[in-house]
Design a protein around this ligand. Structure first.
Ligand code: PRP
Length: 178
């Protein structure tokens, strides 16, 4: 069974649409940075599938590292609190850094991570997000590279969870709760 009894999943972006979006993003990144080295910072856990596909399509020399900022409990609304539970192991001073996110929602997570990383003096700092969810933004922040822009809806799949479930789904779905 795909979904829990209480959840109805409606497909929003299928595998091909995701693959095209990832390719387009990787091409834009490759074009913007010529042959320069990039440090890709994956924000765990949601972006692990996205970054693994994205980095395979990027032609630059790449260093990958992971950061974990926890803002949600098991519900669907942000708590407004961003806690760093895993830091980078890479020194990003003087480097071209791209933060890789699955979703920008309230913007609080990315704002906190961006501030933290900017204080470490990277040469450049960009944001790449697979899904930009516009309706519930609480702070002004924009992705430099965005795969899909949607208004609202609680989405799962392709790395993204609802209470830790559904991360393994290869497409992106909207959860409709009864
Ligand atoms: C989700 C998502 C983003 C963040 C976006 O992560 O992966 O990191 O929330 O929300 P915001 O713009 O409102 O801050 P979550 O904290 O659920 O952790 P996860 O990636 O481990 O699922």
């Amino acid at each position: 069974m795909l979904a829990d009894m209480a959840d109805t999943l409606k497909k929003l972006f299928d595998k091909d649409e995701i693959r095209s979006a990832v390719k387009r993003l990787a091409e834009a990144i490759t074009r913007d940075f010529d042959d320069e080295e990039l440090v890709l910072v994956s924000v765990l856990k949601g972006s692990f599938m996205f970054i693994s596909d994205l980095m395979r399509e990027i032609r630059n020399p790449v260093v990958v590292d992971f950061i974990r900022a926890s803002s949600y409990g098991s519900g669907t609304a942000t708590s407004g609190q961003v806690t760093l539970t895993k830091d980078l192991e890479t020194d990003i001073a003087g480097k071209n850094v791209i933060i890789i996110e699955d979703i920008i929602d309230s913007g609080l997570t990315l704002t906190a991570i961006r501030e933290l990383l900017l204080a470490r003096n990277p040469r450049s700092l960009k944001i790449c997000a697979l899904v930009d969810k516009r309706a519930r933004r609480k702070v002004e922040i924009e992705g430099d590279y965005v795969g899909f822009s949607i208004e609202d809806g609680f989405i799962v799949g392709y790395g993204v969870d609802y209470a830790e479930r559904y991360r393994n789904l290869p497409a992106i779905y909207v959860v409709e709760q009864e």
